[in-house]
Design a binder for this molecule. Structure first.
Ligand SMILES: Cc1ncc(COP(=O)(O)O)c(C=O)c1O
Length: 435
């Protein structure tokens, strides 16, 4: 592949944009963070004219693929009528009504613009409701980049104590966070019983998608639900990734466990900035009576809501086909990658649910939590991601693959051919360490 223009653009970008990228995670690409000029369906085109089958999909939001006509039409129509009113408009009601119809915990909702903001208001609501301050989160789970929750995400730096992920985060944030291993019902039980009077909320990704793609152990979500109810603790599902990807009702409908609060983003807006806090009426009452502050210039902006409306309409009307495609093709791809790796004698584990899954170089046949994830060879995967990019397949360099409804059987077959060609060129870095 020729990346000459991307390299040139990146040199220019570095002169004016800090680090040359506008989100730290984008820096991980080789030979430089690429510049793109067009996305269509499951395809992405860079400024050098290279074409990719895209499994990054905007880091998840493009559930319907790039430039879905229904979404773009709705946005175009809205743009003709203005982009921001700082006032009420009907789409707020229409989208909220749809969310209430599909999402079990969504008795009331509030819109924001990013997942991090939605998490922020969820934690504030939980603290206001309970009058307590501590939050329980889990190792490896990511809930956005804001100070009070960016704790103990990176498996490599996990410690027995909560760990800040960024310079500049005040040490004081750690006072209010309790970090536990995920999928360990016993530890959760012991901690909630011991500190019940101080804990406002338990927050989790109901499928841990930010460190591997790790589903909950059977019964784990139910146990968390039962314990939170017993101790008067607010259960928050961070559905920024699972929302709409596992079904219109998110992970909570998929697994049949209803949290008190949930946050949605990414796929809700098909790439337009929107997020949402959805929750039980009693909890949302703090916002409803305005004693809990939630504000934002861009909250519920009509352009993003038009995109959300069109996305939900599409999923409602063609959901059966779409979710069948996402699960069937995703599982086919997962199986195919695992079979190729096995044939080639590579230690690769593929796990997840289909619409999103994770590929890891490791000797472990299964990864169950962030500590086990430390046996994943991330350098080997990054090399694999680059070899795939060289063959026209775009994946996120840290292992997660997203499917869209625009991917076809042919895309999957082509992808598997390229996986088979790329894998032998990936240097063996050790296939995962054993601890
Ligand atoms: C589970 C989860 N929660 C929250 C966020 C933060 O969302 P945003 O990047 O829109 O602020 C992310 C982003 O990747 C996420 O994966």
């Amino acid at each position: 592949m020729n990346y000459a223009r991307s390299i040139e653009f990146f040199e220019r970008a570095r002169q004016v944009v800090a680090g040359g990228v506008n989100s730290n995670v984008r820096a991980a690409s080789h030979p430089v963070p690429l510049f793109y000029r067009e996305g269509r369906g499951a395809r992405l085109f860079d400024v050098d004219g290279n074409e990719y089958i895209d499994y990054c999909l905007g880091q998840g939001p493009l559930l319907l693929g790039h430039s879905h006509p229904r979404v773009l039409d709705a946005v175009r129509q809205q743009l003709e009528r203005g982009q921001l009113y700082a006032g009420q408009h009907e789409l707020e009601i229409l989208v909220a009504e749809k969310l209430r119809q599909h999402i079990p915990c969504a008795e009331l909702v509030r819109f924001s613009s990013s997942g991090s903001e939605a998490v922020h208001i969820a934690l504030r609501v939980a603290r206001a409701f309970t009058g307590r301050t501590k939050i329980v989160k889990f190792e490896g789970h990511y809930h956005g980049w804001l100070d009070n929750i960016l704790v103990s995400v990176n498996p490599e730096t996990l410690d027995r104590q909560p760990v800040r992920e960024s310079r500049g985060q005040p040490e004081s944030v750690l006072e209010d966070v309790i970090v536990l291993p995920w999928n360990d019902a016993t530890q959760l039980h012991e901690t909630l019983a011991a500190f019940a009077q101080q804990i406002a909320a338990v927050i989790m990704e109901p499928v841990m998608c930010n460190t591997g793609c790790i589903p909950p152990e059977p019964g784990y979500l139910e146990t968390a639900r039962e314990l939170c109810t017993r101790y008067g603790i607010v259960l928050i599902f961070d559905e920024i990734i699972t929302g709409f990807r596992l079904g219109l009702g998110g992970a909570q409908a998929f697994f049949g466990v209803t949290p008190d609060l949930a946050v949605f983003g990414k796929a809700l807006g098909s790439g337009f900035p929107i997020s949402c806090l959805a929750g039980k009426r009693a909890l949302m009452e703090g916002i409803a009576n305005f004693s809990v502050v939630h504000a934002g210039t861009y909250n519920a902006n009509p352009v993003s809501l038009a995109a959300a409306w069109a996305t939900l309409e599409e999923l409602e009307q063609n959901g059966e086909t779409h979710y069948r495609t996402l699960f069937t093709l995703g599982e086919k791809l997962m199986r195919g990658i695992a079979e190729i790796a096995e044939r080639q004698g590579r230690s690769v584990t593929v796990q997840g649910l289909g619409p999103m899954f994770h590929v890891a170089f490791t000797r472990r046949s299964r990864i169950r939590d962030a500590r086990e994830y430390r046996d994943v060879d991330v350098a080997e995967y990054a090399a694999f991601a680059y070899r795939l990019q060289e063959r026209g397949i775009r994946v996120i360099p840290r292992g997660i693959w997203y499917l869209s409804t625009a991917h076809t059987e042919e895309d999957i077959a082509r992808t598997l051919e390229r996986v088979a060609a790329a894998l032998p060129t990936v240097p063996r870095c050790g296939g995962g360490r054993s601890r």
